[in-house]
Ligand binder design. Sequence first.
Ligand SMILES: O=C(O)c1ccccc1NCC(=O)[C@H](O)[C@H](O)COP(=O)(O)O
Length: 211
Amino acid sequence: MSEMMIKICGLSTPETVDAAVDAGATHIGLVHYEPSPRHVSLEQAAQLRRRIPERVKAVLLLVSMEAQPTVEALQAVQPDVVQFHGKETAEWLAVLKQHTSLEIWKAIGVKDEGSLERALKFRGAADRLLYDAAAGKLPGGNGLALDWSLLAHHRHEMPWGLAGGLTPDNVAEAIRQTGASLVDTSSGVESEPGVKDVDRIRAFCQAARES
Ligand SMILES: O=C(O)c1ccccc1NCC(=O)[C@H](O)[C@H](O)COP(=O)(O)O
C-alpha cells in the first residue's frame, strides 16, 4: 500500500512547522494571501521553507496573483509545490508549467458532479487537483467539508487530494468514503483561526496514517 500523504496547511511559526514535520506530515502549506489569518509574507515563507527537511514537500499557496508577482513569489520561497487557490486559468497554468519543474496543484471548489467534470480542463496544466469545499468567506481554509459521496465512485483522471473541513475526528471516515491518498487540513488543527494546535496536528497525522 502506498504511503498516505498528509498536508498541514497555513503554518506560520517555526514551532508549528517543526511539530508538523515531527508528526509525519508529508507536505507543509504556507499561505501567501493577505486577507487570510494564516498569511505569511514572502520573507517569512522563505524562512519557514528553509526549516522543512528534504523528505517533506513545501507547498506555497497563492490566490489569483498576476504573472510577475507569481514568478517573484516562487523565486523568493523556492517551494517544491505551488498550489493555486483562486481564479487561475488552465491556460495560465499551462504556460507556467512550460517554464518550471515545480509541481503545480489546482484547488477546485466542489459543489456537484459538474465541478469534477469542469476540473478536467486542468489536465496537462496541473499535476494534481485538490478538491475543497466551494469558496466561503475565504477562497479556502473555511473549515467546510464538501460532499464526500461525490468522490466515492468518481473515476479520477488526474492525481488528486481531499481538503475542506477535515479534522482529527473525521479524517479516517473521509478517507474511507472517498479513497483519498492525500488529505489536507487547516482549520481542523487550529484552536482559533490562524493559530495551529500542536496536539491536533499530531492527532490528525496519526488518524490519517492509521486509516
Ligand atoms: O487557509 C487559508 O487561509 C486559505 C486562504 C485562501 C485560500 C486558501 C486557503 N487555504 C487552503 C488550504 O489548502 C486549506 O488547507 C484547505 O482549503 C482546507 O481548509 P480547511 O477547510 O480549513 O481545513
